[in-house]
Design a protein around this ligand. Structure first.
Ligand code: NDP
Length: 250
C-alpha cells in the first residue's frame, strides 16, 4: 500500500484531565504517533509537567494548560490557548472526571454539585466550545462509564452525570450535521487508576474484578487502545455511538 495512505494524519488533540490515569497514558500513546497534545489538568502542576516532559523526551509535542473545566471562562481560555499555540484544534477528548460514591439518601449537596459541575457541566462547556471551534473533520470523544449499564448502588450521582454525557453525545452529533465532525463516547468498566482504586475496600474491588467474564480490572492500556481508534482514521464512519470497553461486565 502507498505509504502516504498508510501514514496517520497528524492532529492537534486536547485531552482534559491528562495529568494522570487514562488521560496521561493516552496522551503519551497519541504523541508517539506524531499528534500534538494539549495536556489539561486542574490541580497538580507537577504531574502535568511530568507528562509533558516524558512526551518531549520521547520526541513528541505536548504542552500543559491548567484550567478547571467546571468554570466556563477557564474552558474558553483553554480553547484560546490550544488554537493560538497550534493554529487549530482537531480533537477534543473529554476525559477529566471525578468519582464520589454515596447512597442517594446520604449524598450531600456539595457532593452533588461537585460531581455535576466537573462530570457534566465541564464536558458540556468543552463540547459547546468545540462545536464552535473544532476544525472541519474533527472529532469529539467523551468518556462515559459502563456503570450507566450496570446501575450499581452508591453510584447514583456519578452514573447520572455519565448518562447525561451519553445523551449529549448523540444530540451533539446530530447538531453538527454539515461540519464533518463526529461525536462518540467510550464507556470503560472498572479500570486500575486512582479514580477507581481510591477509597474502595479490597472486598469491593475483588467483587468488581469477578463481575467481568474476563476476571480482571481494565488497564489504561486497554482503554487507550480504543481511544486511539476513536482519534484516528479507522473510526471516521463511527458517529453518535457509545462503545463500552469493560471485559464484558455489562
Ligand atoms: P484519574 O482520577 O486517574 O484522573 C483524572 C484526571 O482528571 C486528572 O488528570 C485530574 O487532574 C483531572 N481533573 C479532575 N477534575 C478536573 C477539572 N475540574 N478540570 C480539569 N481536569 C480535572 O481518572 P481516570 O483516568 O480513571 O478517569 C478518566 C475518565 O474516565 C473519567 O471521566 C472517568 O469518569 C472515566 N472512567 C474511569 C473509569 C475507571 O474505572 N478508572 C471507569 C469508567 C470511566 P488534577 O488532579 O490536576 O485535577
Amino acid at each position: 500500500m502507498n505509504t502516504a495512505v498508510q501514514e496517520k494524519q497528524k492532529k492537534v488533540i486536547l485531552i482534559t484531565g491528562a495529568s494522570r490515569g487514562i488521560g496521561a497514558f493516552t496522551a503519551s500513546l497519541l504523541a508517539q504517533q506524531g499528534h500534538s497534545i494539549i495536556i489539561n489538568y486542574a490541580n497538580n502542576d507537577q504531574e502535568a509537567n511530568a507528562v509533558v516532559q516524558r512526551i518531549q523526551a520521547n520526541g513528541g509535542t505536548a504542552t500543559a494548560f491548567k484550567a478547571n473545566i467546571s468554570h466556563s471562562d477557564e474552558v474558553t481560555q483553554l480553547f484560546d490557548y490550544a488554537i493560538q499555540t497550534y493554529g487549530r484544534l482537531d480533537v477534543l477528548m473529554n476525559n477529566a472526571g471525578i468519582m464520589r460514591l454515596n447512597k442517594i439518601e446520604d449524598v450531600d449537596d456539595e457532593t452533588i454539585d461537585q460531581l455535576l459541575a466537573i462530570n457534566l457541566k465541564g464536558p458540556l462547556y468543552t463540547m459547546r466550545e468545540a462545536a464552535k471551534r473544532l476544525a472541519h473533520g474533527g472529532k469529539i470523544i467523551n468518556l462515559s462509564s459502563s456503570v450507566v449499564g450496570m446501575k450499581l448502588e452508591t453510584y447514583g450521582v456519578y452514573t447520572a452525570s455519565k448518562a447525561a454525557i451519553e445523551s449529549l453525545t448523540a444530540i451533539l452529533a446530530k447538531e453538527l450535521r454539515g461540519k464533518n465532525i463526529t461525536v462518540n463516547a467510550i464507556a470503560p468498566g472498572p479500570t486500575a487508576t486512582a479514580l477507581f482504586l481510591e477509597g474502595k475496600s479490597d472486598e469491593l474491588i475483588a467483587r468488581l474484578i469477578q463481575a467481568a467474564p474476563l476476571e480482571r480490572l481494565g488497564t489504561v492500556e486497554d482503554i487507550a487502545a480504543v481511544l486511539d481508534f476513536a482519534v484516528n482514521e479507522g473510526s471516521n464512519w463511527v458517529n453518535a455511538q457509545i462503545l463500552r470497553v469493560n471485559g464484558g461486565i455489562v
